[in-house]
Design a protein around this ligand. Structure first.
Ligand SMILES: C[S@@+](CC[C@H](N)C(=O)[O-])C[C@H]1O[C@@H](n2cnc3c(N)ncnc32)[C@H](O)[C@@H]1O
Length: 268
């Protein structure tokens, strides 16, 4: 019999990316680990359809924090993972998107290393990639964008002001941008970004209610985002997608023209 090498090993913790929401965007490895885990600890943004993939033997526990309101303290999550692994359970620590992008994985890996608990990271599709796929925009473009920068609008309380450096030809992706983009737009304009820089606010990428709002940097302050989670993208690499969207909206509002050789049915 061939051993199932991707089944969850006992006494080990897996930091697993659940992707942006669509269960079909989960990796095969994540699905296999979920089916065989003894304990699943999941965050708020992980959709129910993914949580439902856990096997019947698994204890499934929400350890989410919403809008900074902590239901479970970070230290408690560390203790839960470490204790369960020491009791020889296979633990899946399930995080939305990719576990290594704005997911406090650094603290969790530090705690696991300090406790000498074996762990493995299983990558997932981060929200930026789902958002870029949704609007059909390459995050890099050799003509306009030579780098991609991931930011967060939300920082640890004890951190000082952000050290953002102005980056020419960068696509910026802002995770947890908050509900108002006014100060972000003002800061970027002051840093020298162009007023007509394309911006896109994407709500719930890769989920049934996904929505897209386009603007320029100078208009961004007036954008009211859709329901959370929301991602903000800016940069010249977005320009072709923005132009396509503007073209589609212009076509939608243009009166229907009837081609000369096209006779309405009631005239036949
Ligand atoms: C705590 S961070 C986690 C990011 C996650 N680890 C990832 O790689 O996508 C949560 C933020 O990710 C963004 N996000 C996550 N899923 C999203 C989605 N489906 N659509 C839009 N933004 C999303 C939002 O900015 C949200 O506030």
């Amino acid at each position: 019999m061939v051993a199932d090498v991707s089944a969850a090993a006992k006494g080990k913790v897996y930091l697993v990316g659940a992707g942006p929401g669509d269960p079909e965007l989960l990796t095969l490895k994540a699905a296999t680990l979920l089916r065989s885990a003894g304990l699943v600890l999941y965050d708020d943004l992980v959709p129910p359809a993914v949580i439902a993939m856990a096997g019947r033997q698994a204890l499934v526990v929400s350890v989410g924090k919403r809008c900074g309101v902590k239901h479970v303290q970070q230290a408690e999550i560390h203790t839960l993972m470490i204790e369960a692994a020491r009791q020889n359970l296979s633990v899946v620590r399930l995080k939305s998107g990719d576990p290594l992008v704005f997911g406090r994985a650094a603290e969790e890996m530090d705690a696991l290393r300090a406790a000498d608990v074996p762990f493995e990271v299983v990558p997932g599709i981060t929200a930026a990639f789902a958002a870029a796929a949704l609007i059909g925009c390459s995050l890099t473009d050799r003509r306009t964008a030579s780098s991609v920068e991931f930011y967060t609008g939300h920082k640890a309380a004890d951190q000082g002001p952000s050290q953002e450096s102005p980056a020419e030809a960068a696509t910026r992706v802002v995770y947890m941008p908050g509900r108002s983009f006014r100060s972000f737009a003002e800061d970027r304009l002051q840093a020298g970004d162009a007023a007509d820089l394309p911006c896109c606010v994407i709500s719930r990428a890769a989920q049934p209610e996904q929505s897209i709002q386009w603007s320029t940097l100078s208009e961004l302050g007036g954008v009211v985002p859709g329901p959370a989670p929301v991602l903000l993208l800016t940069g010249w690499a977005l320009a072709p997608a923005a132009a396509r969207d503007a073209g589609e909206r212009a076509n939608d509002s243009a009166p229907l023209s009837v081609a000369p050789d096209c006779v309405p049915a009631h005239d036949l």
